[in-house]
Design a protein around this ligand. Structure first.
Ligand SMILES: Cc1cc2nc3c(=O)[nH]c(=O)nc-3n(C[C@H](O)[C@H](O)[C@H](O)COP(=O)(O)OP(=O)(O)OC[C@H]3O[C@@H](n4cnc5c(N)ncnc54)[C@H](O)[C@@H]3O)c2cc1C
Length: 446
């Protein structure tokens, strides 16, 4: 009968299974196959690397060129966990890896590193071709449309060797039949991604069944996400603002916000006004702190500097300059160059009394308070925080409760801003997990 899962009788045994064909899983598979292991890679989707391809749509930011001590600092609370992993395989290795696949990279003006063509597709094509036809080692065998729905460690009485049993739901496209298939592997790398953009495969559905298997998982949360604003009335932007400015960028601004430590963080850059609030790279840079503030206090505040290159004194002088019969808008445009969305934001958020008070207005131009009330839904986020807790893993990313099971990529509990830090840590943890599997399997025939 269609759509009713039925159990296939014959279990399959393999040496190494990698589950999840994103950058973390593909890297783990590449390292292990190049070391001579027979690697079987499973993915729930009809093809692998879908989020990686999406990441390339706006320019694939592979990594960042800043000095290592700054680079690792971007991982915030998880810096100490990721530092040893990234010092073995980090930004430089990532660039060499791309070059080795025939894709040259360049450093953009912001220090971010991109492939010459900016796109992900040529890199993914070259990567998959290398996995299928390696220069040395064994080709990787791909099993798409295999959704992992359960994992169990078997040892002693249940099996000859200690094995990990994997249960997959396999969808046959032509018959629409769903079959349940068992595989077992000596070592398994789980690289199932976070919990955003579920239509591309990473749906976070693994959280409850990994927890049921005894693996500690912290709740997944949106990271590098948009935020809802309160607006002046507490109900978001006005319909006028939305109709004129949703989708418009705010360029050359600076933002200050409170980090959980109480320190004031400040960043310059740009972001975008959306119908619900704010999104874009500058907002993403602060998203972890802003999300934590909302969790703790119900809202978060950021201060927007509309003229970061001007001192407050200079702004006060310019605003206070007699304006005669000119409207406030043409005065600010003429004297300070403030117009468009910057002017609209002042009108949107300040009371008429403040707009008419030169000193107050100047202060607001240098620190416009914007109240954020909520994150956008996790499924829209660029990445997710939370995931498999570090305390449940050994230094080789092997789970303590289920020996033979390793975890890599975004499903680990870390977060970082955009800037190439996400892909670098995903691939670095895939690399690390693969080397740990290899070390464990030494002595076994690859
Ligand atoms: C719009 C957008 C733009 C981005 N741009 C960048 C960028 O420029 N630079 C950057 O560094 N990062 C970027 N990222 C983030 C980056 O793409 C992710 O952090 C990265 O892809 C995560 O890699 P991963 O291998 O851990 O997981 P994923 O890439 O999410 O892959 C996980 C894989 O596991 C599979 N899977 C999940 N559950 C199961 C299951 N139960 N059974 C079998 N298979 C399963 C999925 O189908 C998927 O193929 C972007 C993300 C988005 C959404």
């Amino acid at each position: 009968m269609n759509n009713i899962p039925h159990e296939s009788s014959k279990p399959h045994h393999v040496a190494v299974a990698v589950v999840g064909g994103g950058p973390a899983g593909l890297m783990a598979a590449q390292v292990l196959s190049s070391l001579g292991h027979s690697v079987h890679l499973f993915d729930a989707m009809p093809s692998v690397g879908r989020k990686f391809l999406l990441a390339g749509r706006g320019g694939l930011n592979l990594t960042h060129s800043e000095a290592f001590e700054h680079f690792v600092h971007r991982y915030g609370e998880q810096e100490s966990q990721l530092k040893p992993i990234l010092s073995d395989w980090g930004a430089d290795q990532l660039r060499s890896w791309a070059q080795e696949l025939g894709v040259d990279t360049f450093v953009g003006t912001s220090g971010r590193v991109f492939p010459m063509e900016m796109k992900a597709a040529p890199l993914l094509r070259a990567w998959l071709s290398r996995l299928r036809h390696p220069l040395s080692g064994k080709p990787v065998e791909f099993h798409t449309r295999h959704r992992l729905i359960g994992i169990k460690a078997c040892s002693g009485a249940e099996s000859d060797h200690s094995q990990v049993q994997l249960t997959f739901e396999v969808r046959d496209l032509s018959s629409k039949q769903v079959e349940v298939r068992q595989w077992s592997a000596k070592s398994v790398v789980l690289a199932l991604g976070g919990g955003s953009w579920s239509r591309l495969g990473s749906d976070g559905a693994w959280v409850p069944w990994l927890q049921a298997a005894g693996i500690s998982v912290n709740p997944l949360l949106p990271s590098n996400c948009g935020f809802h604003v309160a607006g002046r009335e507490g109900i978001g932007w006005t319909p006028f603002f939305i109709s004129r400015f949703a989708g418009k960028p705010l360029k050359s601004v600076a933002m200050a916000w409170s980090a959980p430590s109480g320190q004031i963080a400040r960043r310059q850059g740009e972001f975008v006004a959306s119908s619900y609030g704010l999104e874009g790279s500058l907002i993403y840079a602060a998203s972890a702190d802003l999300r934590k503030a909302i969790q703790a206090h119900g809202s978060a505040e950021l201060k927007l500097d509309l003229l970061p290159d001007w001192t407050l004194d200079r702004v006060v002088q310019a605003v206070s300059h007699p304006r005669g019969s000119r409207s406030l808008s043409s005065h600010l445009k003429g004297r300070l160059g403030i117009d468009g969305i910057k002017m609209a934001l002042l009108n949107e958020l300040l009371s008429p009394a403040v707009l008419q008070n030169s000193a107050e207005l100047a202060k607001a131009i240098k620190g416009l308070s914007i109240k954020l009330t909520a994150t956008r839904p996790m499924d829209e986020a660029i990445s997710t925080a939370g995931g498999v807790a570090w305390g449940g893993l050994d230094a080789g990313l092997q789970t303590k409760v289920m020996p033979g099971v390793y975890v890599a990529g975004e499903m680990l509990d870390w977060e970082a801003p955009t800037g190439g830090y996400l892909l670098t840590a995903c691939m670095a943890t895939g690399y690390k997990a693969a080397l740990s599997v290899h070390a464990e399997m030494k002595g076994d025939e690859p």
